[in-house]
Design a protein. Structure first.
Length: 182
């Protein structure tokens, strides 16, 4: 289909005209809908992959952890700062303070363990049925397991969360209260 009248610009103009007419003319819109249904009926149907059910997770724990990172490491302050005006040495000095505080929070409130115990660089074989949520395959992924490859990163998993309790009515969305000196 190398019809010059169907070049991109002409198709764009046609789409805009059709869009305007669909909005203005209910009968025309119904005809387009019928055509779309006919085209869908003629199209080959492929097996739709099963999508996992999604669930909402309340943000309270995440916000509480973010507040702790701010409290101990000034994490949000660091992220919100425009660092382009600072030298690499100044950024490095600030990063050291942020790192120390954030590391303290992670160690105090989370038990973090590697996903894989092998050393990075080790050769390993993943059998059929390996946990694809805990191990991501990269590179030339072809065929079916078992897969043999090199461990590039051990991964991290939270084994335990020990966040402090919060008082009833505490607004976890306030990561750090504004400070007013009198």
């Amino acid at each position: 289909m190398n019809d010059p009248s169907l070049n991109f610009f002409n198709r764009l103009v046609l789409a805009l005209r059709a869009f305007a007419r669909i909005l203005a003319d209910e009968g025309f819109a119904a005809g387009v809908l019928r055509l779309e249904g006919s085209a869908a009926a003629l199209a080959p149907t492929a097996a739709e992959p099963v999508k996992p059910a999604l669930r909402e997770i309340p943000p309270d724990s995440a916000l509480q952890l973010l507040a702790l990172l701010q409290q101990e490491g000034r994490f949000v302050d660091f992220l919100e700062e425009n660092v382009t005006a600072y030298s690499d040495a100044e950024i490095g000095g600030a990063a050291r303070v942020v790192h120390e505080g954030c590391r303290k929070v992670a160690r105090d409130y989370l038990q973090i363990r590697p996903v894989r115990e092998e050393a990075e660089g080790a050769r390993l074989t993943l059998p059929a049925g390996f946990d694809a949520t805990a191990v991501r395959l990269t590179g030339n992924v072809v065929g079916q397991p078992p897969f043999t490859g090199t461990l590039m990163h051990r991964g991290w998993r939270v084994a335990e969360v020990r966040l402090p309790k919060v008082a009833e009515g505490h607004d976890v969305r306030v990561l750090a209260a504004a400070e007013v000196e009198l």
